[in-house]
Ligand binder design. Structure first.
Ligand SMILES: [Zn+2]
Length: 86
């Protein structure tokens, strides 16, 4: 697992992408300041710790478990899960 600070679309604070080997990579937006980056990282790590990627739970519930919302990562997560099944 690694964390990278990269330019992301402004409405996206951070994304987590699961790898085939079961690890995760976290991408944090370079537009955020240091404090926001730390908060986003902590939030995304709570998704990982909660195994939200492998539980068939509602995105809204996953966000509630992880703390403050980030609907963008929820959509990406759902899309990725469908692709793995097909
Ligand atoms: Zn989230």
């Amino acid at each position: 697992m690694f964390v990278r600070i990269i330019p992301l679309p402004r409405r996206v604070g951070a994304v987590v992408l699961p790898n085939d080997d079961g690890t995760y990579d976290v991408y944090i937006s370079s537009h955020l300041d240091q404090k926001q980056r730390e908060q986003k990282l902590a939030h995304e790590l709570r998704h990982v710790a909660g195994e939200h990627f492998y539980r068939d739970i509602d995105v809204t519930l996953a966000e509630a478990e992880a703390g403050s919302g980030c609907a963008e990562t929820g959509r990406r997560r759902k899309k990725g899960r469908k692709e793995q099944r097909s």
